[in-house]
Design a protein around this ligand. Sequence first.
Ligand code: CTP
Length: 415
Amino acid sequence: MDEARLVTHLSGKRVVLGVTGSIAAYKAVSVLRALRCAGATVSVVMTKAATKFVTPRTFEVLSGERVVTDLFDAHEPMAHLTIPERADVVLVAPATANFLAKAALGLADDVLTTMLLSARCPVIVAPAMDGDMWTHPPVVQHVQTLRSRGVVVLDPEVGPLASGQIAQGRLSEEPKIVAAVDSAMASRCDWQNQVVLVSAGPTQEPIDPVRFLSNRSSGKMGYAIAAAAKARGAEVILVSGPSSLSPEPGITTVRVNTAAEMADALFRHFPTCTVLIMAAAVADFRPKESFAQKVKKQGKTDMVLELEATPDILAMLSARRTSQIMVGFAAETEHILSHATDKLNAKGLDLIVANDVTQTGGGGFGSDDNAAIILSARGEQRDLGLMSKRRLADEILTAVHELCLVRPCQKVLVQ
Ligand code: CTP
């Protein structure tokens, strides 16, 4: 492990170390020591079962802080809220099969699992258990669920286990665990000093007081990008069309309905942002006339609705940019790359995230997953396979960071 890297990202950070009841609990002691050596402050939270393997006093002496083991802790009655609120990262090592199940289901029957529900920082989990348990279908499923929510679950290592079996189930080695915490801290800080303006969701264009034109966008992609940017240290302003989703705490949110309202909100915030990520599915057309009263059937068998184009918000903002990085989305059903490239050039963008909204296998509108291809104005292409929208959001931010923020885009037209 590169010591310099550790000092860079862990120094001054507060890690919550959760320890659960596995024989590998003794290894958490050296993880704690390594985190402390790297400059982190560590608060230890133990389950009752963990205290059967290692005493809280061991962690107390080495961390220099009280160890919390009880939801009804007399000294800190709201520990499940106050501890994660101060945390930069939560690490659970070792994590038992029982802990994975409770965390995946959102159960809150002890201080550690209750705390996880209020944690808004990155969560890293290092499981340890017998080989047959690690491959048991419910355990596999719980790991998948946690990963799809953005939790980093480290694969246990193959080796001799407490049962005598040689299989996959050993707690990851201490340097690997510390490296995972370090890299969570590194990526957490890379959007500091950025003001990110994100649009999300559909727009609704009224026909009359009860009817509107809209599209299938749920807002999940834009909300995931806003959450990921916030978690990585950015100041985030989210302009959201109608959506049932709630933004994460700390994100300034402006709710709008129509394309015109979305344009107004974005124009207002654009001058102070450093990056615009336009994930909204803005309606391209709206009724030329919106009726004040409900349109009656009056025996008609057909009806013609006259539409007019809405403003292309992204193209208009791009024409007014000063130094902002501009990222668009291309929702396509065919010729994905050529259509996305045309939009990248026509709208004067730095990056475009192209996705096939007809794809089978879980991606597209309303789904929790998505697959995308990122194209840059310099001609770079990154294929991001099917993954959770939350993870894709992080990949998009990483691409924007690497391709545009670290190495400013020189705009060239892509053929
Ligand atoms: N967009 C916008 N204003 C519009 C329409 C789209 O700002 N009136 C933005 C979207 O938020 C997206 C990008 O432009 O970031 C591309 O949107 P998309 O719907 O894929 O393409 P359109 O430009 O609408 O073109 P088409 O409908 O022909 O595919």
